[in-house]
Design a protein around this ligand. Structure first.
Ligand SMILES: NC(=O)c1ccc[n+]([C@@H]2O[C@H](COP(=O)([O-])OP(=O)(O)OC[C@H]3O[C@@H](n4cnc5c(N)ncnc54)[C@H](O)[C@@H]3O)[C@@H](O)[C@H]2O)c1
Length: 260
């Protein structure tokens, strides 16, 4: 198998545990030769994530940093460390998202300003903060990929405040792609079908979502984290050199269906 990211350096934002989509992406990109820096939200996750990495053959030399998306100082510190220890970046995977449980669980009309603000800060604006800081490190161009969901496009019961955040995220992808295209930096999103992760389990009715997607999707199944990682590899690699500002659905085709 030819390796698509030999000699490339990537930053993976947001590994929480072995179910994280960020983790599947980290494994896949490392398998293809990338040298990685990985972040976790706080020191609380550090031992677990470092143990996961230590068990992977392809991940020797991986660097780690804590970074909370609500802290500009931590983001500054992160990118200072990336500059000092990695020198340059070829790709970034933005896998951060959060909304308070109480806002997710009530009708969208009841969303609090606090819930909206936090969801936007962690899940949307952080992408802009990241791209601004990554840009000077992507001296030879680069690729930034974020993760979104169908609830950005259509109403999905239980997704509420996060659906509005993902809609803003998809718009941010387009504006960012326009801003940094002149530096040969591409910005894209993967719209992933539901996968059983820590965050996903926080969405009320998540199990019903899995069933609904499986029944509606042309492929008649749910997607695996490995398939999201495959698309992320494509977007990080030269294979997607002509793709930017795009939302790539990796959802077994669920989004194309009207009445099935
Ligand atoms: N799992 C799914 O079904 C699914 C579907 C579509 C999109 N997504 C998106 O994929 C991305 C990754 O989610 P996941 O499903 O792998 O779950 P996850 O819980 O493993 O990952 C979410 C990550 O966000 C981090 N995070 C939350 N608040 C943060 C903060 N303040 N600062 C820094 N990090 C913070 C968490 O620590 C965690 O690492 C999210 O953007 C999610 O919305 C997930």
């Amino acid at each position: 198998m030819s390796r698509l990211l030999d000699g490339k350096k990537g930053l993976i934002l947001g590994v929480a545990n072995h179910r994280s989509l960020a983790w599947a992406i980290a494994r896949k990109t490392a398998e293809h030769g990338a040298h990685l820096g990985i972040t976790y939200q706080s020191e609380r996750f550090s031992r677990r994530v470092q143990r996961m990495v230590a068990a992977e053959q392809d991940m020797e030399g991986t660097l780690f940093w804590p970074c909370d998306a609500t802290s500009e100082e931590e983001m500054d510190r992160l990118f200072e460390s990336v500059a000092a220890e990695m020198g340059q970046l070829d790709f970034v995977m933005h896998c951060w998202a959060y909304a308070p449980a109480e806002d997710l669980s009530r009708d969208y009309i009841e969303t609090s300003w606090h819930g909206h603000r936090v969801a936007q800060q962690v899940s949307v604006h952080s992408l802009t903060e990241v791209v601004r800081r990554a840009r000077p490190l992507m001296k030879a161009g680069g690729s930034v990929t974020t993760l979104t969901y169908y609830g950005a496009e259509k109403v999905v019961s239980g997704y509420n405040v996060m659906g509005v955040a993902k809609a803003a995220l998809e718009a941010a992808v387009r504006y960012l792609a326009s801003d940094v295209g002149r530096d040969a930096i591409r910005v894209n999103a993967i719209s992933a079908g539901p996968v059983n992760t820590l965050s996903a389990r926080g969405v009320p009715g998540f199990t019903d979502m899995l069933t609904y997607h499986r029944e509606q999707a042309p492929l008649k199944r749910n997607v695996e984290a490995e398939e999201i990682a495959g698309a992320a590899l494509f977007l990080a690699s030269q294979l997607s050199s002509g793709v930017t500002g795009e939302v790539l659905h990796v959802d077994a085709g669920h989004n194309i269906m009207g009445i099935g």
